[in-house]
Design a protein around this ligand. Structure first.
Ligand code: HEM
Length: 442
C-alpha cells in the first residue's frame, strides 16, 4: 500500500493528476479520485458503498458490523442516520469529557518517565476503552487487561482478520474463505462479539422497561439512545439494528481515533517548538485546574489547528470508496456503472494544487482566514457530504483530552534511530510503531 500512495503522489507532482485508473488488490479494475474537484463529484452523489462487489472491502466487515450506518445505504441508512443523529448532540457529548479524562488517567499509568514507550497499542486500548464506556457503559479494565480481556482480543482479531482478507484476493469468495482457518476463526469471533453485545443490550432493555425514569437519574450512553430512538411512525430500531450500530461505533470509532492520536504524538515529538506552543496554550486554558472540561474544547484553538494538520499529513482513514450504480462522468472520462471508485483522502491532502508545500507541517494552514479561502472539499479527514463521519466532534474532543493529558505531564521526544514510517491500511498505521521518549515536566 505504501507503494500505491507513493505512485499517486509522484503522479500528482508530475502531471497534476486528479483522476487515475488502477487495480484494487491487483485483481479488480478501479478508478480513483485524488483532487477536491473530482472527489467532490462522488462525495456529493448518493452512490452507495461497495458492500457487495467483489473488490469492495466493506463487504468483509458485513458479517461483524451488519448493516450499520457505515455500510448501509438508501432508505435504511437515511432513517437510521436520522435516528442516531441525536446521539451526537452536544448535550450528550458534554459528559463524555469526564470519561475521556478517566480513560486518560489509566493511559498515563502506562507512560513512564525516562523510558521509551511504543504507544500504538496503548493508544488503541485507550480509544477502545473510551468507545466501550461511552457506547455500552462497559468497564472491563480494557487498558489494564489488554488482549487478556476476551472481548478486547476478539475485536482486535476481527479487525486484523478483515484487513488480511482485504489484501488476499484468493480468499475473497465466501465459500473459499469459510474453509480456511481464518474464515472459521472469523465466524467464531463474530458469534462471540454478537453474543456479548446482545446480552448487554437485552439487560439494558429490561432495565429501561422496568424503570423508564432511570434516564433522568444518570448519564445517557449511546445504547440508551439507540434503544429509545423512535422514528416519525413511533417505530424504534430492532435488536439486530442496535447491535449493528454498536459494533459500527466500536469499529469506526476506535482505530481511527487511535491513528490520529498516535500521529499527533509523533508530530509533537518531531516539532518540539510546536509542542511547546500546544503546552503553553493548554496551561493557559487550564489555569489552576488539573483536567480539561467541555468548555475548554473550543478554547484550545492552537491544539485544534495542530490536530487538523496531523490529520492532513497522515489521513487516519487514507481512502474510502463508492460503487457506481450508473455511469458517471468525471473530468470528461465516462466511468461505466458497476465500477468502484476510490476517494483517496490521503492523496487529496497532499495534492500540490491545493497544498503547494504539502510535505511541510504547518498548523497555521487551519487558521480561520486560510481555511475560508480553500475549497471545502480540499480537506475531509472525516469524509464530506451526507455520508460524513457522525462521530467527528466526539473524536476531536477525545483527541484533545488524551493529547492534553500527555503533554501536561510529559515532554515528548522521538527516539533516535527509530524509523517512523506510515503504513496505510484501513487506517493509517505505522510500520514499525511510534516509539517515543517521555520526560516528566518539572
Ligand atoms: C479521528 C477519528 C475518526 C476519523 C478520521 C473518522 C473518519 C470517518 C470517515 C472518513 C468516514 C466515512 C467512511 C466512508 O465513507 O466509508 C466515517 C464514517 C463514520 N464514522 Fe467516523 N471517523 C472517526 C471517528 C469516529 C468515531 C469516534 C465514531 C463513533 C463514535 C465514528 C463513527 C462513524 C460512523 C457511524 C460512520 C458512518 C456514517 C454514515 O455513513 O452515516 N467515527 N468516519
Amino acid at each position: 500500500m505504501q507503494g500505491f500512495y507513493k505512485t499517486i503522489f509522484e503522479l500528482q507532482e508530475k502531471t497534476g493528476a486528479r483522476l487515475y485508473h488502477g487495480w484494487t488488490m491487483f485483481f479488480y479494475p478501479s478508478f480513483g479520485v485524488c483532487h477536491p474537484e473530482t472527489a467532490k463529484v462522488l462525495l456529493k452523489s448518493s452512490e452507495p458503498k461497495p458492500k457487495h462487489t467483489m473488490g469492495g472491502s466493506y463487504r468483509f466487515l458485513l458479517p461483524w458490523l451488519g448493516d450499520g450506518l457505515l455500510i448501509s445505504g438508501g432508505k435504511k441508512w437515511e432513517r437510521n442516520r436520522r435516528l442516531l443523529t441525536p446521539a451526537f448532540h452536544f448535550d450528550i457529548l458534554r459528559p463524555y469529557v469526564q470519561i475521556y479524562n478517566d480513560v486518560a488517567e489509566v493511559f498515563l499509568k502506562f507512560c513512564k518517565s525516562r523510558q521509551s514507550v511504543e504507544i500504538d497499542k496503548l493508544v488503541s486500548l485507550a480509544t477502545l476503552d473510551t468507545m466501550l464506556r461511552c457506547s455500552l457503559s462497559y468497564h472491563g479494565q480494557v487498558q489494564e487487561l489488554g488482549d487478556s480481556n476476551p472481548y478486547v482480543d476478539a475485536v482486535h482479531r476481527l479487525v486484523d482478520l478483515a484487513i488480511k482478507r482485504m489484501i488476499s484476493p484468493w480468499v475473497h469468495p465466501d465459500f473459499i474463505y469459510g474453509l480456511t482457518a481464518n474464515g472459521r476463526e472469523n465466524k467464531r469471533l463474530t458469534k462471540y462479539v454478537h453474543n456479548f453485545a446482545d446480552e448487554i443490550i437485552q439487560s439494558r432493555r429490561t432495565a429501561l422497561r422496568d424503570d423508564p425514569d432511570i434516564l433522568n437519574k444518570r448519564r445517557k450512553d449511546f445504547l440508551d439512545i439507540l434503544i429509545t430512538a423512535r422514528d416519525e411512525n413511533g417505530k424504534g430500531l430492532t435488536a439486530e439494528e442496535i447491535r449493528a450500530e454498536v459494533d459500527t461505533f466500536l469499529f469506526e470509532g476506535h482505530d481511527t481515533t487511535a491513528s490520529a492520536i498516535c500521529w499527533a504524538v509523533y508530530s509533537l515529538g518531531k516539532y518540539q517548538d510546536l509542542q511547546e506552543k500546544v503546552y503553553q496554550e493548554l496551561m493557559q486554558v487550564l489555569g489552576d485546574r488539573q483536567k480539561l472540561q467541555w468548555e475548554d474544547m473550543s478554547r484550545l484553538r492552537y491544539m485544534s489547528m495542530f490536530l487538523r494538520e496531523v490529520m492532513r499529513m497522515h489521513a487516519p482513514v487514507p481512502a474510502i470508496a463508492r460503487h457506481l450504480t450508473k455511469p458517471l462522468n468525471i473530468e470528461g472520462v465516462e466511468i461505466p456503472a458497476n465500477f468502484t471508485v476510490d476517494i483517496v483522502v490521503h492523496a487529496v491532502n497532499h495534492h500540490p494544487d491545493v497544498w503547494p508545500d504539502h510535505k511541510e507541517f504547518k498548523p497555521e494552514r487551519f487558521e480561520d482566514e486560510a481555511k475560508l479561502s480553500r475549497d471545502p472539499y480540499s480537506y475531509f479527514p472525516f469524509s464530506a457530504g451526507s455520508r460524513n463521519c457522525i462521530g467527528q466532534n466526539f473524536a476531536l474532543n477525545e483527541q484533545k483530552v488524551l493529547i492534553g493529558s500527555l503533554v501536561k505531564r510529559f515532554k515528548v521526544s522521538l527516539v533516535e534511530g527509530h524509523v517512523y514510517e506510515e503504513y496505510p491500511d484501513v487506517v493509517m498505521r505505522s510500520q514499525f510503531g511510534i516509539k517515543i521518549n517521555l520526560e516528566e515536566r518539572a
